[in-house]
Design a binder for this molecule. Structure first.
Ligand SMILES: [Zn+2]
Length: 76
């Protein structure tokens, strides 16, 4: 049920975590819409926590507060 992994559009390009389609910081607006459509609010938060943890491993220099805003704040 990961969905996004088998789509070419608006998925994260690792390890930069820019969108593979539009090049903006992932999750870009279309990716957020897609994620919100695919998951309920609680599932969405769980999925984004997983992405945040992976992104933190890929980008250890990124401030945690910045990653939190980017990956989780919009899910509220
Ligand atoms: Zn995109």
């Amino acid at each position: 049920m990961t969905g996004i992994a088998d789509r070419v559009e608006h998925g994260p390009a690792r390890p930069s975590w820019d969108c593979a389609s539009c090049g903006r910081a992932w999750p870009c607006d279309p990716a957020r819409e897609q994620l919100a459509a695919e998951h309920g609010r609680v599932d969405l938060a769980i999925v984004m926590w997983d992405h945040l943890e992976e992104a933190a491993r890929d980008m250890p220099q990124a401030p945690a507060s910045e990653l939190f805003d980017r990956f989780l704040r919009w899910t509220d």
